[in-house]
Design a protein around this ligand. Structure first.
Ligand code: 9D3
Length: 245
């Protein structure tokens, strides 16, 4: 997969892809991540990428010409690959794991990181295939959102995760995770639940299932609608509900 990130602040995105799992994926040529400085596609003396909004009002708007030039150039450099152009913007569809899985199937992503108060609408209508937000909070621009999207997409590419991790992930239900423990067994007088050191794998699996159900019920009850609940699961949830009232 090839990912081009178009930004006026390439420095923001320089660090996140040079560490850990994404770094290894780049080194193994599983993904080619390319930071593109939008100012290189300006032609005026001041390298201007923004301008005032028609109709007046507060703030600046990203000009269309440099973005069109950048995207046309990046497309022409990978003629044979089908390209998907993504705009990171607050108005986009809310990013989630399903969108990450969809994007992991693409061959070439061009991500445009918005800045200022917004972007000229003609970029949307003529250039952008998909518009993504990472959630309902205000960032100063699209760069950190692009880093989030790239991180979640790249880890799904074949060969990036250990095989066990990715197959386990694709079979797991949308439940929150049970609590994890590692050594020491007693830490500051806090003990690991005895069932986890019992060696009884059936009981361990049941305990973990119940903890997952309980934490999901308390924090994200809406997720339980999507889960296949066994009769034992239902009994356990009933028990928790009764304890509450
Ligand atoms: C006053 C109206 N604001 C829209 C909510 C203007 C505005 C705020 C923040 C315009 C751009 C931005 C910069 N944010 C992004 O570019 C962005 C973003 C975000 O702020 N939150 C979540 N996801 C994303 S993706 C890109």
């Amino acid at each position: 997969m090839k990912i081009d990130l178009v930004t006026i602040f390439p420095g923001i995105l320089d660090g996140p892809f040079r560490e850990s799992m994404i770094k290894r994926a780049v080194e193994q040529n599983l993904v080619d991540i390319n930071l593109v400085d939008l100012r290189l596609y300006t032609e005026d003396r001041h390298r201007q990428v923004d301008d005032n909004p028609y109709g007046g009002g507060y703030g600046m708007i990203m000009k269309p010409e440099p973005i069109f030039k950048a995207v046309e150039d990046l497309k022409s450099r990978s003629e044979d690959l089908p390209t998907k152009v993504i705009l990171l913007a607050p108005q986009g569809r809310s990013f989630n794991q399903q969108i990450a899985c969809e994007l992991a199937e693409e061959k070439h992503l061009i991500m445009i990181c918005g800045r200022y108060e917004g972007i000229d609408e003609r970029v949307r209508t003529a250039l952008v295939d998909d518009e993504i937000s990472i959630g309902d909070y205000v960032l100063t621009g699209g760069e950190l959102a692009a880093a989030v999207v790239v991180d979640s997409v790249v880890r799904l590419l074949p060969g990036v995760l250990a095989e066990e991790a990715s197959t386990e992930e694709s079979f797991t239900e949308p439940l929150l995770e049970y609590p994890h423990y590692t050594r020491p067994r007693v830490f500051k007088e806090m003990e690991v639940p005895p069932v986890l050191v019992s060696g009884n794998h059936g009981e361990i699996a049941r305990w973990r299932r119940e903890k997952s159900l309980e934490i999901t019920f308390r924090r994200r009850p809406e997720l339980l609608k999507k889960v296949n609940l066994s009769p034992e699961d239902r009994d356990y949830l009933e028990k928790i509900k009764k304890q509450q009232s």
